[in-house]
Design a protein around this ligand. Sequence first.
Ligand SMILES: [Zn+2]
Length: 512
Amino acid sequence: MALADYFARDAIAISQVLQGFESNAFNARLQRVRVAVAFGEEAAASRDGRELLDLSVRLLARLYPSLILVNGAASDRFAGELMALADSINPNIDTSKTGTADVGLSIGLDAPALEIPTVYAGCDGWLARVGSGSPYGTSDLGNPFGAAFAACLAAANLFRFLFLPDGATLLDADASFPPDAASFPILTTSRVTDPLVLVGIGAVGNSASWALARTPLIGRIHLIDPQNVELSNLQRYVLCARSDEGRDKVNVVGKEFGGLLQALRHRGTWASFLETNGYKWERVMVALDSAADRRAVQGSLPHWIANAWTQLGDLGVSCHSFLGQDACLACLYLPSQESKNEDQVVAEGLRVPHLRDRIRVLLGTGRGSDKELCDAVATAWGISPMRLEPYEGRPIRELWVEGICGGGIISLGEAGHAPRELQVPLAFQSALAGVLLAAEAVRDVLADRPRRKTSVRRIDVLRPLCNPTPSPQPALKAGTRRCICEDHDFILAYQEKYDTPLPVPSYEVIST
Ligand SMILES: [Zn+2]
């Protein structure tokens, strides 16, 4: 058995959540971890049960070098499909149907019993059930969301059990998620009249697409991203196989659609998408990394926005309209002096701040690092240029992420912990954020009442879910008068675009 060849990225993610992380010891430990996934005929035969298993394998195969699939005799064929899926994600993985595991994931009521510590997962429509006491059933409703939430929460439980101090005490006892699932509309075959828009096909965009492609919605979805899949992405891109390295993100993910929801693929930035396709969009899902990119989407004034994030400490989703007292997306991401652009982070992290302009171009174009740049980095770190040769011609982000932050060139001990700016979530964290994002968009499509106010839902999956988990919280405008949603011209433009009745603002409108 062996770790995936993109493991360096996993190591960064884990180093950010484990105190005293030491990569060699951790690698040695992880090499020995064996995870069992048990299921019976019920989960293999139910639509939602199959989706729960599919996403679970997509998450687990990216980290664990050994998966044991324990299935009832009647579900052999599906077990074979899951093994093939795991192999496509990590060709080095060891999959088997027998053996002793350290911990198990059991899905459905009729899964074979595992005589080891076990996390149980099930789903019922929108609702996920995860716990450590007894099995849960799986629904057959064609609603992938409860299944997806359950897969992410179960993967989080396995991770906590295996790697966090006193992990056995950090398992969910009997958790349901989301707490307000009863208020979600019934997911039935429905036509989306205004196309959906998903900007950002990174880790969050991957799992949002995984969920959306499995809904019974009929219509179109625009997928927007300028980049190719890089090796370091595979650690948490649930729709990408190992063989997708180097391919267009929008094409890899676009292939997942093709049923009722048709994907329109746009390789480019948000700005280039707007130039070609116009500025009036009913519903935009934002799965972008930076505050500046999020502000740019809000500045283009979509009618409604859902935004997902992952950061150290929590992940979540927020939904925004633009008028009234509620926070717009830009309110939550107003510029602060501490935030740095990626090119600055990378240039300083590589210790070549004088080459920042060149690094910005390389980051933007995805072109490979040249010898001169690699030599400058080697000089700055006082190491032999030969150690950087493997990175010549490869994207600069890989040199930064794998080479420096991930221990490829400089050991994690030498480089210190990865800087805060480089926040690499674990696969289940990004996946949960993306599924939450897709769920909010689908709820908005199906809603039969006026749009809800701005709401922010936060969750920390490195600890057990609170019981009950907190419901989404409202968020008001920043009130700093620095945001575009307090700018008269933007308000007027929004009203003209969507023919919204004039609100009576309860704050003072300022003109620029
Ligand atoms: Zn605002």
